[in-house]
Design a protein around this ligand. Structure first.
Ligand code: G3P
Ligand code: MG
Length: 262
């Protein structure tokens, strides 16, 4: 028996960390660059400052992508706001700040863009980060026609998000598919599997759909691979290659067509 699929009001292509590698990841400059290629949905990584404010940053430490040093959660929002998150990428982006989740909400809502908020806790802060990010998302996207999609590799973060914001859609990120991946999605009340694309083929995508889950995948940078995944019915591909992979704006995935036909 096939279970009905949850609502999926998102484009089938999602820009990874803003504009992938073409602009400094997880900055508003990257979002603007991704949007200039026609991308309408953005994945980004969120963790908490020392004073508990959600900010965009991939790593647990500051060195790789900012002018700061040490653990990201050792600095307050005011201290993080002083850092340069653009110079590491290229001089044109010098002085680009670390955005807050609030700044991203203001920009994306004003421009009709969709978001995939990856909850990326500093290790040891999983539940606290999941709850704080979900609560902030709930408030920042209040009244939005399309809710933010939350995702995380951390099941503790997803559980905490579910407790405080049960109606925000959640996806479980999996780098490898464990034997019990469908049970995990069920236990966490997820709407989607969000897998490393190397773990996917037509059979896995169809199994997820039959069980009532959407399928997203990361990070797909080869246009032929993206085309194959989309042809197999994947609901969204997350990509760095916003210059090579043409954005696709929703419409029906293969899964939706099969549901209507069946
Ligand atoms: O959300 C998908 C993808 O971003 C997960 O990997 O390390 O790029 O955050 P990472
Ligand atoms: Mg990410």
């Amino acid at each position: 028996m096939t279970t009905a699929l949850p609502r999926w009001p998102y484009p089938r292509t999602i820009a990874h960390r803003g504009a992938g590698k073409l602009a400094p990841e997880n900055t508003l400059a990257a979002f603007r660059h991704g949007a200039s290629f026609g991308y309408r949905m953005f994945e980004f990584d969120v963790k908490l400052s020392a004073d508990g404010k959600p900010v965009l940053l991939h790593d647990a430490t500051l060195e790789r992508t900012t002018s700061g040093r040490g653990r990201a959660d050792a600095l307050t929002l005011g201290e993080l706001a002083q850092l340069d998150a653009g110079s590491w990428h290229s001089p044109a982006y010098a002085g680009e700040p670390i955005p807050t989740l609030a700044a991203v909400a203001a920009y994306t809502r004003a421009n009709g863009l969709h978001v995939n908020i990856e909850i990326k806790p500093v290790p040891g802060t999983e539940a606290r980060t999941g709850a704080a990010v979900a609560l902030d998302a709930l408030a920042l996207w209040a009244g939005a026609a399309v809710p933010p999609l939350l995702s995380s590799f951390s099941e503790a973060a997803l559980e905490a998000a579910r407790r405080v914001a049960p109606d925000l859609p959640r996806a479980l990120l999996l780098d490898k598919l464990p034997a019990d991946w469908l049970d995990r999605l069920a236990r966490l009340g997820c709407v989607a599997l969000d897998a490393n694309h190397r773990e996917l083929d037509r059979n896995v995508i169809e199994a997820a759909h039959r069980a009532g889950y959407r399928v997203a995948c990361y990070t797909v940078n080869d246009p032929d691979r993206a085309a194959a995944l989309l042809e197999w019915g994947v609901d969204a591909v997350i990509t760095d290659a916003v210059d090579l992979i043409a954005p696709q704006h929703g419409g029906e995935s293969g899964a939706d067509r099969q549901m209507k036909a069946g």
